[in-house]
Design a protein around this ligand. Sequence first.
Ligand code: URA
Length: 238
Amino acid sequence: MNEPLRLQKFLAQCGLASRRHAEEMIRQGRITVDGITITEMGAKITPGMQIVCLDGAPITLEEKPLTLLLNKPKGYVTTLSDPQGRPIVTSLLHGITARVFPVGRLDLDTEGALILTNDGMLAESIQHPRHEIKKSYEALVRGRPTGPGLSRLEKGIILEGKKTFPATLVIVKKMPQSTLVKITIHEGRKRQVKKMFAAIGNPVLSLKRIAYGQLFLGDLPTGAYKILSVKDLKKIFL
Ligand code: URA
């Protein structure tokens, strides 16, 4: 017999969502086990012995793990639905029937590398702070960041009462009114890069994520995606 498993872990293993998304679904009362709505986090289920439903539909385990890298265009939201009716990233995945979901988020006006997967465990390990997955961005910022400003960001600054972890910054291109800076961080706080540059007086004009770890966007066109191989997946953790 299968070992009992916490409900949110089961949902993540089914590839339905990351564990955090799964917890949200449970809290929202969308999950039933043997017909009973479960809204508490402590519940355990025995896979194969109980019927788990999402919005009334039974959840079946078998979907092959699939992970994609999308070059997200500006103007798309990274949630699976949007009450305001804005375009969602999964609408760009022509030909993909697996239920992939975005790993983490990018702002509406941020473009670039976005991983989507149906593998809840992989999503979780990419997002877990313990793994310190590096995320690199090209930020076009207003003006010219000063040496002291850049070294403040490199060492860490206080944002909303909490110090940021050290970052790596490289000036890529200087223009008369703006500067292109490559910044690598391993945290995922909301609007972190924009807040960091705003804090040194050089607000972000546009932002593009170019890599997770050593997995680079390369020449993937805007709006296009590619399926990641096992070799690609390993690069995320480098
Ligand atoms: N930092 C931001 O400010 N925005 C993003 O979309 C990603 C990182």
